[in-house]
Design a protein around this ligand. Structure first.
Ligand SMILES: NC(=O)c1ccc[n+]([C@@H]2O[C@H](COP(=O)([O-])OP(=O)(O)OC[C@H]3O[C@@H](n4cnc5c(N)ncnc54)[C@H](O)[C@@H]3O)[C@@H](O)[C@H]2O)c1
Ligand SMILES: [Zn+2]
Ligand SMILES: [Zn+2]
Length: 364
């Protein structure tokens, strides 16, 4: 304890809209309940770009990256069930076990998830805000021990890390939040990493019809590879009409919104059958508002849900999904469009913005 901090390289967003830069950062020795992890891989998620754009909050500078796998370097006092050398996926919802959600047996809703107590800093002592309490575009990062979920080391880190955010969010939006079941019709609006994972989840659950909706034909072609049975380019056709046409005029049982915008949410709302389910997994920005006729909200019945992290429980879902991958039943590796170095995150943002990748993954 209280040794010299680790001095490593990390990707920092210094101000709103500014290009990210590779900086020397100081990672303290783990204190009570904390762990330092040697990051092996970290995917570039749209939420990292949201942070850089100031769309999440103003707590600059951010240490970006939050979709990661690595090997535990050291653990602090009182840490049980985790030791140096353990291969882990980092999760951004370490459940507390004692809040009202946890006590009711619904820990995936935990209202008191926690992160490391100590701060990582720049060399001059400026405290960093790690993205989603992780900050894994770095050689090492400091997290709460509960943010480390052990999985089989047979899964390569660039694949395992994806479950740390977007792919888990999408799979869980379909499997956990949307409760997609055998024979259901499902529409997914926005087919990036998150949306395609929702398509894969719907396929795994036995959905009979899976309609992919995006404004980019390349994304629609990839969506088919993850199990979409039909595709709609909503830049060229009315998304609601198209989904209804493909579902006997009724709409889909479950519609998953994976963009995070009011207009796509409205499409999801009206592309859903009566008594169907809308799942919002896309993350909106603070200025966005939604207006809907209240009579339609009532009259169409069903449920309107949001999906935090795919309502996953990391300890339950990560090892299970990694095992399915290792058995060849869940092609998580297909999400990895390219492997990049730590100093290429800014270029990866550009490629994500242009729609050229599903996931760029930093490999260390
Ligand atoms: N709820 C969660 O826990 C969680 C976790 C991770 C990411 N997210 C959010 O999910 C969203 C998607 O993330 P991603 O990494 O897949 O992003 P991405 O940029 O890879 O994908 C977004 C997709 O939406 C498409 N799109 C954009 N505008 C559209 C429109 N008007 N109609 C249809 N499609 C449109 C794009 O072409 C692209 O394919 C983001 O808002 C991200 O912040 C949520
Ligand atoms: Zn809790
Ligand atoms: Zn993310």
């Amino acid at each position: 304890m209280n040794g010299m901090p680790y001095q490593v390289q990390g990707v920092v967003a210094r101000g709103k809209g500014q290009q990210v830069s590779l900086e020397t950062i100081l990672v303290p020795d783990p204190g009570p309940g904390e762990a330092v992890v040697n990051v092996k891989a970290c995917g570039v998620c749209h939420t990292d770009l949201h942070y850089r754009e100031g769309g999440i909050n103003d707590d600059f500078p951010f240490l970006l990256g939050h979709e990661a796998a690595g090997v535990v370097e050291a653990v602090g006092e009182g840490v049980k069930d985790l030791a140096p050398g353990d291969y882990v996926i980092l999760n951004w919802r370490a459940v507390c076990g004692s809040c009202r959600a946890c006590l009711r047996g619904r820990p995936w809703y935990c209202f008191a998830t926690h992160n490391a107590a100590q701060k990582m800093t720049l060399e001059d002592g400026t405290e960093l805000s790690p993205a989603l309490g992780i900050g894994a575009f770095a050689e090492k990062t400091l997290v709460a021990a509960g943010q480390c979920t052990k999985v089989s080391a047979d899964a390569p880190p660039e694949v395992a890390g994806l479950l740390g955010c977007g792919v888990m969010a999408g799979l869980g939006a379909a499997l956990n939040t949307g409760n997609v079941s055998r024979g259901d019709s499902v529409a997914v609006i926005g087919c990036g990493g998150v949306g395609d994972a929702a398509i894969l989840g719907a396929s795994l659950a036995g959905a009979a019809k899976i309609i992919a909706v995006d404004v980019d034909d390349r994304k629609l072609a990839w969506a088919r590879e993850f199990g979409a049975t039909d595709t709609v380019n909503s830049a060229q056709a009315d998304a609601v009409e198209a989904v209804r046409d493909l579902t006997g005029g009724f709409g889909a049982d479950v519609v998953i919104e994976a963009v995070g915008r009011p207009e796509t949410y409205k499409q999801a709302f009206y592309a859903r059958d009566l008594a169907g389910t809308v799942v919002l997994v896309g993350v909106p920005t603070p200025e966005m508002t939604l207006e809907l006729p209240l009579l339609d909200v009532f009259g169409r019945g069903g449920s309107l849900k949001s999906s935090w992290y795919g309502d996953c429980l990391p300890s339950r879902d990560f090892p299970m999904l990694i095992d399915l991958f290792l058995q060849g039943r869940l092609p998580l590796d297909r999400f990895v469009s390219e492997k990049i170095a730590l100093d290429q995150v800014e270029e990866a943002f550009t490629r994500m913005h242009r729609g050229e990748v599903l996931r760029s993954v930093v490999v260390l």
